[in-house]
Design a protein around this ligand. Structure first.
Ligand code: HEM
Length: 405
């Protein structure tokens, strides 16, 4: 089938880490519904296919529906070894997904999130003040990473924690999302995840004993038509929120600032027109957002791009490629902070699993980027380093310089 295809999905190809978009473009042009023996699944790179699959109610997120390929077997085995059932709403179909989502969604709506603006602004102002006198920094370590941790701890009402420890846990959880990871590393990550589950379980118990006016207490006591989360369900959702809330937000800020530094006309436009900030966040999410792949499983025969997809086949919907599809976007490989339809991107997913935290992520990115572009003489100060992830693409290091205040 794809043996003769002129292109292959290969995250190990030279240059892929710095920019996967050239490979995506080749796939989209020559084999947009591409069977990848590397991940034992279909890699979808066209906007229309990606959006259709994410919105299709017959397409599942539950791995139990997948045909047992070597990749699927490995993922199942690893899931079984955690000793935990996949209780997170991300990995449940209806009706379980809807039930869990209804129980946790209230604090993440546009209004409750907008009420957090001052908290976010204060955190950002403090972080900028700490940088401003120095003239240079690694944006990731000194700003983009600590910000979502601090905001999330404020919002959830979590005790002050060892930021490095949290970072290690989160790194482990996001790393296991990659379909290409060896057993030894998977084991190391699993041990770290166990620690994280245990820690969050204790924090939740403490909240139950000492309720407060915060999001975690709201989740502990959340009810929907007399329904409640069990303890395991609650821990699983908090882990999800915790992880989903950190790394992608950090990477949106990092990737977004790098994109602006590489297109100085857009940086200048944003400085002159702060009213474009909100739209700029969506445009930067479209252009180089952290989420690259969303996994799904077909449960019925489907024809996608002329290819026959069988029930049980795994689909890797590449949102990063969809957001650069020239059939959907004008001049997709350029950032245009005033792009009129930027918010139509699928970086936050689509359909029933569309990102629950997108308003919070947008708010943080908007306030953070607004403050960063205000630094005088802002520029790159060395080579950025990428994190080498296939699913959550982000920077490990982003050296910047600016005029000290
Ligand atoms: C730039 C930042 C973010 C990006 C790019 C992002 C992206 C995504 C994507 C693509 C999905 C869909 C996954 C799928 O369909 O399988 C998703 C789901 C989700 N996100 Fe985010 N996310 C971000 C920030 C956040 C934040 C800050 C939170 C929490 C506070 C969050 C919580 C969630 C949750 C709970 C889901 C699962 C929703 C469901 O299954 O119904 N995300 N996110």
């Amino acid at each position: 089938m794809t043996v003769d295809a002129p292109v292959a999905f290969d995250p190990l190809e030279e240059g892929f880490v710095a920019s996967p978009y050239e490979q995506y473009a080749r796939l989209r042009a020559h084999d947009p519904v591409h069977w990848s023996p590397l991940v034992d699944g279909w890699v979808l790179t066209r906007f229309d296919d990606v959006a259709a699959v994410l919105r299709d109610p017959t397409v599942s997120v539950e791995l139990r529906h997948a045909r047992p390929t070597p990749t699927v077997e490995r993922q199942r085995e690893r899931q079984a070894r955690t000793g935990r059932s996949p209780d997170t709403l991300v990995l449940r179909d209806e009706p379980d997904h809807g039930r869990l989502r209804r129980l946790v969604q209230a604090p993440f709506g546009p209004r409750p999130v907008e009420a957090l603006r001052r908290t976010v602004e204060q955190r950002v102002a403090a972080a900028i003040a700490a940088l401003a006198s120095r003239g240079s920094a690694d944006l990731i370590a000194e700003f983009a990473y600590p910000l979502p941790v601090a905001v999330f701890n404020d919002v959830l009402g979590l005790p002050d924690e060892d930021a490095e420890q949290v970072r290690e846990w989160i790194r482990a959880v996001t790393r296991v999302l990659d379909p290409v990871i060896d057993d030894a590393e998977h084991e190391r990550c699993r041990a770290l995840m166990d620690e994280m589950y245990e820690h969050l379980g204790e924090v939740i118990e403490a909240k139950r004993r000492h309720p407060a006016d915060d999001l975690l207490t709201a989740l502990v006591t959340a009810e929907d038509a007399g329904d409640r989360l069990s303890r395991d369900e609650l821990v699983a959702q908090v882990v999800t929120l915790y992880v989903a809330g950190h790394e992608p937000t950090m990477s949106l800020i990092g990737n977004g600032l790098l994109a602006l530094l590489r297109q100085p006309d857009q940086l200048a436009l944003l400085r002159a027109r702060p009213d474009l900030l909100r739209n700029a966040v969506d445009e930067l999410a479209r252009f180089d957002g952290p989420n690259q792949f969303v996994r799904r499983i077909a449960t019925r025969p489907m024809v996608l791009g002329g290819r026959e997809v069988a029930p049980g086949d795994v689909l890797y919907a590449c949102v990063g490629a969809a957001n650069r599809d020239p059939a959907r976007w004008d001049d997709p490989d350029r950032v245009r902070v005033d792009r009129p339809d930027a918010a139509q991107h699928v970086q936050f997913g689509a359909g029933i699993h569309r990102c629950l935290g997108m308003h919070l992520a947008r708010l943080q990115a908007e306030v953070a980027l607004g403050a960063l572009v205000g630094l005088d003489d802002l520029r790159l100060d060395g080579e950025p380093e990428w994190n080498e992830r296939m699913v959550i693409r982000g920077l490990r290091r982003l050296p910047i310089a600016f005029r000290a205040r």
